[in-house]
Design a protein around this ligand. Structure first.
Ligand code: SF4
Length: 371
């Protein structure tokens, strides 16, 4: 933190200014109709890593199927993951399900109000716990999500990268300092709205900002520089082969193990390429491993590209037809099934393999992926 005493922000009326603005400009969002901790919890988890526009339809579908804790706790994990498919960061869905079961089994189906108990639940960190406590129960608790971090780094002109332990500690202290005693539910939502609509990552709209008189970055003309960006590591690329195997109009899909990346989602049989490995050989090797008897040869059907949070995936697609009576003789190390084309379309596929399905449908690869 590098501001001089002369630049010290006038934070005394920060909360009042923000609350006044929120009453006029706050967003109408589906989870803002009441103080049901279950609804607030679902929205907070969905909003981690995902924007409001994407979240709304997922939230509505999720609430229509699981209107309360009891219905979520008694559902199967597959059903929860199916409703989450496409939203990404699937550990969130697994944690929601696990936390619902704990709340029903150990808390009589009620949310605790205290931070230590909330943060003991799977998937609930300090900021999410603060949001639930503040918004659902109206009890004072600071929050520090990505939006709030950015706002505070500008208000106080933090000249250090946000993610260091020292910055985190400082940001939590500022969050604590600014959180009011009253109207903490509105305050928590107001500061999230300010970050989403005014104090945006690029080109913050300082002219429309209710807290600009409190903002040191604004006063110093540093709003474009802050928060300090860290040099991004280059994103690795993973090369893969994927097999679309058709047996009399049904397609072989496998489920990824629940514990692990994209856990519980379905995909076409696939294998990562080793360094300098040729894709045709890798596809044949995968087919041999599956132990399926092909009618003819595997055919190449181009590549799809998909970006995940920490790597890029390039999958080369190979298609082939399996003799109608043919079945696996290879060892099965995960759940798998032959699905009709319509059933594949309704499965929770992970993003890259949904693209494979869409590519084949679009290109009308007749024998390959038609009904
Ligand atoms: S004045 Fe600008 S930089 Fe400062 S909080 Fe408001 S929008 Fe963000």
């Amino acid at each position: 933190m590098t501001f001089s005493p002369a630049d010290r922000p006038e934070i005394g009326d920060f909360a009042d200014r923000l609350l006044c603005w929120y009453r006029r400009r706050g967003r109408q969002l589906p989870w803002r109709c009441g103080h049901d901790p279950y609804r607030i919890w679902i929205s907070e988890i969905m909003l981690q890593q995902t924007g409001v526009g994407t979240v709304i339809p997922y939230y509505q579908r999720f609430l229509a199927r699981f209107p309360d804790l009891a219905s979520l706790a008694s559902a199967s994990i597959d059903e929860v993951i199916a409703l989450w498919a496409g939203l990404g960061y699937y550990s969130r869905a697994r944690n929601l399900h696990a936390a619902a079961q704990i709340l029903v089994a150990d808390h009589g189906g009620r949310f605790p109000e205290e931070l230590p108990e909330l943060t003991r639940l799977p998937g609930i960190g300090r900021s999410t716990a603060g949001a639930i406590r503040a918004i659902a129960f109206g009890k004072r608790a600071p929050i520090l999500d990505g939006n709030v971090r950015r706002i505070l780094s500008r208000i106080f002109a933090l000249e250090a990268p946000l993610k260091t332990a020292k910055s985190q500690k400082q940001l939590w202290a500022w969050a604590e300092q600014l959180t009011p005693n009253d109207n903490v539910d509105d305050y928590s939502q107001a500061i999230m709205d300010l970050g989403a609509t005014v104090c945006t990552p690029r080109n913050p709209d300082c002219a429309a900002c209710p807290v600009s008189p409190c903002c040191v970055a604004f006063r110093l003309g540093k709003t474009a520089e802050l928060p300090l960006s860290v040099v991004k590591k280059t994103t690795p690329t993973v090369q893969q082969v994927a097999l679309v195997l058709n047996k009399g109009g049904r397609f072989l899909l496998q489920k990824r193990p629940y514990q692990g990346f994209l856990g519980g989602l379905w995909e076409f049989p696939s294998a990562s390429l080793k360094e300098a490995e040729e894709s045709g050989g890798a596809a044949q090797g995968l087919l041999d491993q599956l132990g399926l008897d092909l009618r003819g040869q595997l055919r190449r059907h181009g590549k799809i590209r998909h970006a995940y949070s920490h790597f890029r995936l390039i999958a080369e697609v190979f298609c082939g037809e399996v003799f109608p009576r043919g079945d696996r003789i290879g060892e099965k190390d995960r759940e798998e099934q032959w699905f009709s084309r319509d059933a594949v379309a309704s499965l929770p596929l992970h993003g890259a393999h949904r693209k494979i399905m869409e590519k084949l449908e679009k290109e009308g690869k007749g024998a390959t992926f038609q009904k």
